[in-house]
Design a protein around this ligand. Structure first.
Ligand SMILES: Cc1cc2nc3c(=O)[nH]c(=O)nc-3n(C[C@H](O)[C@H](O)[C@H](O)COP(=O)(O)O)c2cc1C
Length: 231
């Protein structure tokens, strides 16, 4: 087995926040989802359910959620109604995680020329989530509620596989928890059963290589910073 294809797929995966309009064939999407599902799953429940949105169904979802996002900015109390279904972030941020998060966020905004006081620009950048960053394919991932949050780690490995498989097919992705805030709009739109939990969204397509935002690369910790050798 050669490690090079997998290595380069993992190494070249990045959260891509600008896409071209080039379409992705159904056969390609099917192939990458099938290959992504080839993973170890402790409970063998295969908890994932993928909803593939393209064309009008995708555009109409984006329109609804963009309108809700704008409305929530004008009246933040609306967010309580749309509230995400599970806690995606810690209830309390502590060091060093908060510093890492801030470094990443301000790094991206800095590259885009968005300063700390630029609330309009911040809103506009966040808003791009709800257009799937112009990707031709929007994926919404759900899970049956009965499986419980302990299935989310299995789910996360599936999502990573989807992103790596996308690279093998020449595609890029952006996983998106931003959609979770609007589950109440999204679930009926995709015809999801009331028992489905919205896990996250994901943009899928061909990267716009010229877009400044795609030159942002998040640094990673060196091994020595997250490893203790016990010998
Ligand atoms: C489950 C999940 C949800 C995410 N949600 C968003 C999102 O809503 N919007 C966004 O721009 N990036 C989102 N990201 C991307 C992260 O910010 C990104 O993975 C991290 O900063 C590391 O950068 P990289 O993916 O380019 O290596 C998400 C990532 C994951 C794994």
């Amino acid at each position: 087995m050669t490690a090079s294809i997998v290595d380069s797929a993992i190494a070249s995966r990045m959260s891509t926040r600008a896409f071209t309009s080039k379409a992705v064939s159904r056969a390609t999407i099917e192939a990458l989802l099938q290959d992504a599902a080839q993973l170890a799953d402790g409970g063998a429940t295969w908890p994932w359910a993928a909803h593939v949105l393209q064309g009008e169904r995708c555009a109409s979802l984006c329109k609804k959620v963009c309108e809700a996002h704008d409305a929530a900015r004008a009246d933040p109390s609306l967010l309580a109604h749309y509230r995400e279904e599970y806690d995606y972030y810690p209830a309390k941020w502590v060091s060093p995680y908060i510093e890492r998060r801030r470094e990443n966020g301000w790094g991206l905004y800095g590259l885009l020329g968005i300063g700390k006081a630029d609330k309009d620009k911040m809103h506009a950048q966040h808003h791009r989530n709800y257009l799937f960053f112009d990707a031709p394919v929007g994926l919404i991932f759900t899970m049956h509620r009965s499986l419980g949050y302990n299935n989310l780690p299995h789910y996360g490995r599936f999502l990573q596989n989807v992103m790596v498989e996308a690279r093998i097919h020449g595609l890029h992705t952006c996983p998106q928890a931003a959609w979770n805030d609007f589950a109440k709009i999204i679930l009926p739109h995709i015809g999801a059963d009331i028992d489905e939990l919205l896990v996250c969204g994901m943009a899928l397509g061909y990267a716009d290589e010229k877009a400044t935002v795609n030159s942002f690369h998040t640094p990673r910790l060196p091994v020595a910073e997250f490893t203790r050798w016990m010998d």
